[in-house]
Write a protein that binds this ligand. Sequence first.
Ligand code: MIG
Length: 693
Amino acid sequence: MIQKYVFGTPFETEAVIAVLPAAQGLPAYGTIALESGFSFSYTMAEDDIVYGLGEANRGINKRGYCYISNCTDDPEHLEDKRSFYGAHNFLILAGQDAHRSGDIQAVPTDQTAPGSKKNFGLFIDYPGKLTFDIGYTRQDLLTISCAETDLYLYVIDGESPYDIVKQFRQIIGRSYIPPMFAFGYGQSRWGYRDQKDLRQVADGYRKNHLPIDMIYMDIDYMDRYKDFTVSPERFDDFKAFVREMKEHDIHLIPIIDAGIKIEPGDPVYEEGLQKGFFCQKEDGTPFVAAVWPGYTHFTDFLDKDARAWFGSNYRFLTDMGIEGFWNDMNEPAIFYTPEGAENVKALMQRALDQEDLDADWDAGQEEKVTVGQLQAAFKGLANHPADYASFYHKVNGRLIRHDKVHNLYGYNMTRAAGEAFKTISPHKRILLFSRSSYIGMHRYGGIWMGDNKSWWSHLLLNIKMLPSLNMCGFLYTGADLGGFGADTTRDLLLRWLALGVFTPLMRNHSAFGTREQECYQFEKLEDFRHVLSVRYRLIPYLYSEYMKAALDNDLYFKPLAFVYPDDKMALQVEDQLMLGNESMIAPIYTQNACGRYVYLPEEMKFIKFLPDGTLSEEILDKGHHYVEIALNEVPLFIRKGCCIPVAKAAESVAALDREHLELLGYEGAPYRLYEDDGICTDPQTQGRYRILR
Ligand code: MIG
């Protein structure tokens, strides 16, 4: 059961599409205070688990830290960070038959008897900054708070966390469905400059028989970083180049950035300006922010006409044969504003004019500029809170200050594209994913997890984020395999790819200036070929499970606890995931490990895809095991009594034989396969199920 509580005059984010009546009174759980902003607090029993929050730091169980929904371009994903690129305000409190202590503060209004199991979900539909203190200030206290009291609070009662997720997913609408080629492997790098570089990547894969379906184009393809342009110096005939790549079964996937370059005479800029589609400052002039193209304007994606206009511009690239995009910098990221730069300049001038620099500890003693002040000023130029409070959106004729709706920006940029594709490409799906997001965006596109690093710890973070994102509707997702920032290593990339084999978005991406990490850059290519082939062999299964998850508002990745709720051990597992309905993954995320411990909540068949193309299969009992997994092997566990289909290896999705599938797993078990042509926009009517035996 879902109750919708209305506080004040909420902004319509359109995250929820189901029409629900407003509930009377207050929620059955927790305490709500409205004196200084909004706050919801709830005392957690010792072993309550908190799930959710999508793209957030730390564990699958979110207890023990503080998280802030405030979409931020921060490439340092350190353990103490509280905000990443997305704002996914959905969580679940999962009670564990706990005996709730007597001296509870902020007493839940409905104290149930000790020993009862209680679960509830919360979705706080609020587009500004929102804080989730989940046992940070006080270990037993959950507090959700924000500065204003205008919001919708959805409270979901359910039998189990899993049931709560399914109910939630029902009201936020069906998850985005990409074309099937998007289940292939993709190579990306910030730094492929031109058609020559891209051709080299295509050759590196095709000539070495390394499977691939997509090559991503980063900002360098554009004419001086202007959206909806292709550099004429770097491509002689872009349309022909797109065609040439497609002849090799390679889809080029260009990036689109949020800011539009200020360049008098440029048609996109001129039109946006003339029609008033850019965000404005208080004085009515368009807001200016420096990003890659230099000074830019930000399209007002909350204005439906501006959205339609921006979206229609994607046609420039679809007309050249492009079938997929990734939307970047849409938090929106700001390097600096002219105002911010002036402030720093003035401060720097004062520092230059004084004889010496005061050390930090002298701050406040005199009027002198301190070293700390200078450093903070430079650091604070980017993504400065004051800048986000200095421009406005037009929503139904009303002006709304950006910081109050900040978390909706990337969502609506991607929505602009998604809505436009309905006209631009009514019958064929377009690949689309975004960096920034809010719940609701999951209907229009997927997300990637942003600028991680080539660190083993980020491989583990990648695993943990997956089920949380699925709970919030983001099914098409994955991280930069091999790591974006810093230099990767061969073993890290191989292990990360062995996780990526199972993530819907399987993309190797790296930053400008880092070690090259295309699979062919390393010795013993055949190991990479093998891992990528396993992905292709599994595509019929992964696609089928993805489609079931999307069409049934279900999860593609689940925590073990969702499937084995009565197994106390399973509740604690954070480095293994259930995939679809038949399998479990347990990736290796430790340097130099030759294997790992796994916990099996029931008997399972342990499968290894071996480098010679054969399999090893072993039935393992319920319990703890140490399993050996070499660097060039891909492990998978199949649930008792289940089977999964596998195809023959292929080098592209188009070349896959999806007709002749083999079953893997328990003898005699059937598999229900979902199939469609992988491209039509209405899979519900076109798709069909086939029982494989
Ligand atoms: O300021 O386009 O997350 O994937 O390669 C960096 C360059 C801008 C950030 C993205 C990353 C991309 C990079 N972009």
